[in-house]
Design a binder for this molecule. Structure first.
Ligand code: NDP
Length: 317
C-alpha cells in the first residue's frame, strides 16, 4: 500500500501499535490485547527496558520475596503474549503523526500505519562514561536508589550529582545506610533550596563539593571504593560499598519531536489525568512522560491508562 501524503510504502496496518517494552509498554499490551485491540509491540533497543539493568526488584507489589528485574520483565511479557499481544524485536526509527492514521518506521526500513499509537519508550539514565563505572554496573554501581538502596543497609555509599535527583536519592539512602557521600562537581548544588537544605542537614550525609569521579575501584564481589579528584587536582580515596549515579535522565523521545508536545527537556506532555498527547490517537506512558516518580509500578499504572485511553479513542472513532 502506498501512502500518497508521505509517499512511503506502508507494509502493514495495525489497530494499536505500542513502542517500548518496559513495564509501561507491556502493561499497555496486556490491557490492549484483552480489549481485542490486537496490539503489536516493538521492544526497542533494550528489550525489557531499564529494569533489566538492575538486580533485585523488591518494591514491585505482588512479589513478597522480591524478583530480579529481568524475571519481572519476562513475566510481564509472557502475560502480554498469553492474551495475544504480538511482541516483536525491532525499534522505531521515524514517525509521521500528521494524519489520522499514524505512521511509524521500524528498523530504518518498513513503515507501519496504526489507528492508535502508545509511546512507552522510557528514559535512559545518564552515566559518567568512565570504564570502571561500566565494569561495576549492577555490581555496586546503580542509577536507582529506590531500586537498589536496600542492598546497602548499614553500609557506606556515594551519590554523584548535584540536582534534585541526587539530593532525593541521598536522603533516601541516608535512611538506610551508615554514611552517604554526595559528590558534586561544582561548588554549589543545582537542586532546589529545600532539597539542598535537607541534604546539608542530614547528619550521616557528607557533601563533597568540587570533586569529580576519577575511578571506581572494587573486586570480584563488587565496589569497594572510589577515587575522586578535588579542586586542587589531588586524588581523594573513599571506602564505599555502593556508587549511585544521579546526574539526570534523558527521555527517549527524539523521534516524536516534530509532532508531539514536550517540555524543554524532552519529556512528553500529556493532558492532566490522562495519557493523551496533543495528537489524537497518540498516547504516552511510563518514564518518557514522567520525570518525577520514575518507578516500575507507576510506569505500569500509566501503561494501563494508555491502553484504556486508546480503547476509548478507537471506540469513539
Ligand atoms: P539535573 O539535570 O537537574 O541535575 C543533574 C546534576 O548532575 C547536576 O548537578 C549536574 O552538575 C550533575 N552532573 C551532570 N553531569 C555530570 C557529570 N558528568 N559528572 C558529575 N556531575 C554531573 O537532573 P536531575 O535528575 O537531578 O533532575 C531532573 C529534573 O527533574 C529537574 O528539573 C528536577 O528539578 C526534577 N526533579 C524533581 C524532583 C522533585 O521535585 N521531587 C525529584 C527529582 C528530579 P552541574 O550542575 O554542574 O551541571
Amino acid at each position: 500500500m502506498i501512502d500518497n501524503e508521505k509517499n512511503v510504502n506502508i507494509s502493514e496496518h495495525v489497530k494499536c501499535l505500542i513502542i517500548g517494552s518496559g513495564p509501561a509498554g507491556y502493561t499497555a499490551a496486556i490491557y490492549a490485547s484483552r480489549a481485542n485491540m490486537y496490539p503489536v509491540l516493538y521492544e526497542g533497543l533494550q528489550p525489557g527496558g531499564q529494569l533489566t539493568t538492575t538486580t533485585e526488584v523488591d518494591n514491585f507489589p505482588g512479589y513478597p520475596n522480591g524478583i530480579t528485574g529481568t524475571e519481572l520483565m519476562e513475566d510481564l511479557k509472557k502475560q502480554a503474549v498469553r492474551f495475544g499481544s504480538d511482541i516483536r524485536f525491532g525499534y522505531a526509527t521515524q514517525t509521521d503523526l500528521t494524519s489520522n492514521v499514524h505512521k511509524v518506521q521500524i528498523d530504518g526500513e518498513k513503515w507501519i500505519s496504526a489507528d492508535s499509537v502508545i509511546i512507552a519508550t522510557g528514559a535512559t539514565a545518564k552515566y559518567l562514561g568512565i570504564p570502571s563505572e561500566e565494569k561495576f554496573k549492577g555490581f555496586g554501581v546503580s542509577a536507582c536508589a529506590t531500586c537498589d538502596g536496600f542492598f546497602y543497609r548499614g553500609k557506606v555509599v556515594a551519590v554523584v550529582g548535584g540536582g534534585d535527583t541526587a539530593c532525593e536519592e541521598a536522603s533516601y539512602l541516608a535512611g538506610l545506610c551508615k554514611k552517604v557521600y554526595v559528590i558534586v562537581r561544582k561548588n554549589y548544588f543545582r537542586a532546589s533550596k529545600a532539597m539542598q537544605h535537607r541534604t546539608l542537614n542530614t547528619p550521616n550525609i557528607e557533601v563533597l563539593f568540587e570533586h569529580q569521579t576519577k575511578e571506581i575501584t572494587g573486586n570480584q564481589q563488587g565496589v569497594t571504593g572510589v577515587i575522586l579528584i578535588n579542586a586542587n587536582g589531588e586524588d581523594v580515596k573513599l571506602d564505599i560499598d555502593g556508587f549511585f549515579v544521579a546526574i539526570g535522565h534523558v527521555p527517549n523521545s527524539d523521534i516524536f519531536k516534530p509532532f508531539i508536545q514536550m517540555d524543554e527537556t524532552g519529556y512528553i506532555q500529556t493532558l492532566a489525568g490522562t495519557t493523551k498527547t496533543n495528537v489524537a490517537g497518540v498516547f504516552a506512558c511510563g518514564d518518557v512522560q514522567d520525570k518525577n516518580y520514575r518507578q516500575a509500578i507507576t510506569a505500569a499504572g500509566t501503561g494501563c491508562m494508555a491502553a484504556l485511553d486508546a480503547e476509548r479513542y478507537l471506540g469513539e472513532k
